[in-house]
Design a protein around this ligand. Structure first.
Ligand SMILES: [Fe+2]
Length: 200
């Protein structure tokens, strides 16, 4: 009896989907990480300002216990991935890396607190970080990171409002490094498998 591959979910449609894909394709065609992320930051800000891209309604639904990650698109040609994240009040991440991938993110709704760190010291699996800055990213703003400057925390600092952000990763990111606070100035590394929440 022939084996059949699982049928993938139908592509998620939303207003402006092709505008988003065309903009990312054009940015990655620049073949220079700094130029690509700069073009993507500008493109995301423009899409949000002009409302030419509207994310599907599912991104307004929070998930209890963790911020939601919904995959909106993966490029079969270039391999980049687009993830919408939904942050309930006070949901956030530990210090984490991006597995060496560049990333651009835009804040579609609400606001997020982003704190960046540099690596200060390493002793095996234990790391010390130095905070290099913190900012509040409001609706309509976009930021980016290019490794090795990739250690950061994202948090919805609001006690009442949700936040929604769109993240474009150089390649589909299935795992990343997280750094758990040992409480004595050191953080211990763990590899986290990243899960996806249902997008519909
Ligand atoms: Fe991140």
């Amino acid at each position: 009896m022939p084996m059949h591959a699982p049928v993938p979910d139908a592509p998620l449609d939303f207003h402006g989907r092709q505008i988003l894909i065309d903009a990312i394709d054009a940015a990655v065609a620049l073949k220079d990480d700094a130029a690509t992320v700069q073009a993507l930051r500008s493109a995301l800000c423009r899409m949000m300002r002009e409302q030419s891209v509207r994310l599907p309604d599912c991104v307004l639904q929070t998930v209890e216990g963790h911020y939601a990650r919904r995959e909106l698109y993966v490029s079969p040609e270039h391999g980049y991935g687009v993830i919408a994240m939904t942050w309930a009040p006070n949901q956030g991440t530990p210090i984490h890396d991006h597995s060496g991938l560049w990333c651009v993110e835009g804040v579609w709704h609400g606001q997020l607190e982003i704190t960046q760190y540099d690596l200060g010291q390493r002793d095996g699996d234990r790391y010390r970080f130095v905070e290099v800055g913190s900012l509040i990213a409001g609706t309509g703003s976009a930021g980016s990171l290019i490794p090795p400057h990739e250690y950061h925390v994202i948090r919805n600092a609001s006690d009442t409002d949700i936040a929604v952000s769109l993240h474009i990763y150089q390649q589909t990111m299935t795992r990343c490094g997280i750094f758990n606070d040992l409480g004595d100035g050191w953080h211990v590394y763990a590899c986290k498998q990243l899960s996806l929440d249902k997008a519909a």
